[in-house]
Design a protein around this ligand. Structure first.
Ligand code: MG
Length: 337
């Protein structure tokens, strides 16, 4: 199997701002694996928060594909070997593993969800993300996103209550909020009490990733379900979260691929946790790959490709919040012409 890695520079329509960072330019990478006349594609969206950059991904891809054989169907053995060979680097691993699944699906002539026995029509609707901006701009963005029945609002500012109050004045759609680790436990409780009148559906990652006691402190004092994102990367992180949170947000760029995401779904279920499937700022390629698993989760947040203006691929469509997967084999993603 021959691998090539190249830059996939994405630009968002608006600056995408969360509590700890903001940008319009996202330096993702496209990984292509050629095998037996087929091309499998994968995408890496490296995040410095998880120790990766656009420079580390090609290096990691090189290490991971040394002597990796010539059989994309051997994906379990290949990926088990990766964990021994190179710790971390989940986005690089996700891109390669996505490309292998694309090859396998193309070879058997089935979309990945069919291969896994899943019905994409039973997937929950995706939320649409409103990044941090001036309050009036955030309200405008909510109005522009009238076609999306669910909203996810980024918080972690000194005017969080004003933001949600102003958005609530213009819409009765369900609102999820994501503080991206910005609050202290005490602050989180105060803010979530102040936000109670606005009927939030859930809150994502109120406090620092490692602050389990903080999560328990909040959960003992507020009614809104707590979902963690930065606190969980792989299946092995899940058992210690039991009793502290209501659910987890799974992303391919944290788990290192589709197979680990699938394991995480089952581990979370076994522990009675709810499951969200999310994404970084990614093109249609990585978001489509994740969407193949969407029928197995409770909440979907796969709108990253809708926020960018130069998506080079065609795959997953979103119709009024409903995911529409292509029925082509493999990931079903093709370059835009
Ligand atoms: Mg999040």
């Amino acid at each position: 199997m021959r691998v090539t890695t190249r830059a996939l520079n994405l630009h968002t329509r608006h600056p995408f701002v969360i509590s700890r960072a903001g940008s319009r330019a996202f330096h993702n990478l496209l990984v292509e694996v050629e095998w037996d006349g087929l091309v499998g594609r994968g995408e890496a969206a490296p995040e410095s928060f998880y120790g990766e950059t656009a420079a580390t991904v090609p290096v990691a891809v090189g290490v991971l594909t040394e002597e990796w054989g010539d059989d994309p169907f051997a994906v379990e053995g290949i990926t088990v070997g990766w964990e021994k060979r190179l710790k971390g680097h989940p986005a690089a691993k996700a891109a390669l593993e996505m490309a292998l699944h694309d090859l396998v699906g193309q070879r058997v002539g089935l979309p990945l969800y069919r291969f896994w026995g899943l019905n994409p029509a039973s997937a929950p609707m995706t939320s649409f993300t409103i990044g941090i901006d001036e309050t009036a701009r955030m309200v405008e963005k909510v109005q522009e996103a009238a076609d999306f029945p669910l909203l996810k609002v980024k918080l972690g500012t000194d005017r969080d209550e004003e933001i949600i109050r102003s958005i609530r004045e213009v819409t009765d759609r369900p609102i999820r909020v994501d503080a991206n680790t910005a609050w202290t436990p005490k602050e989180a409780v105060e803010k979530l009490h102040a936000l109670e009148p606005y009927a939030l559906e859930l809150v994502e990652q109120p406090v620092a990733a490692g602050d389990l006691e903080g999560l328990r402190y909040i959960r003992d004092r507020v009614k809104v379900p707590i979902i963690v994102d930065e606190s969980v990367r792989r299946a092995e992180d899940i058992p210690r979260l039991v009793g502290y949170v209501d659910g987890i947000n799974i992303k391919l760029m944290k788990s290192g691929g589709l197979r680990e995401a699938l394991r995480m779904i089952h581990v979370a279920r076994a522990h009675g946790l709810r499951v969200m499937l999310g994404s970084m700022i990614e093109s249609s390629l990585a978001n489509t790959a994740a969407a193949h698993l969407a029928a197995l989760v409770d909440y979907v947040d796969l709108d990253g490709h809708l926020l960018i203006e130069n998506d080079p691929f065609r795959g997953l469509r979103v119709d009024r919040g409903r995911l529409v997967l292509p029925d082509r084999p493999g990931l079903g993603v093709e370059p835009r012409t």
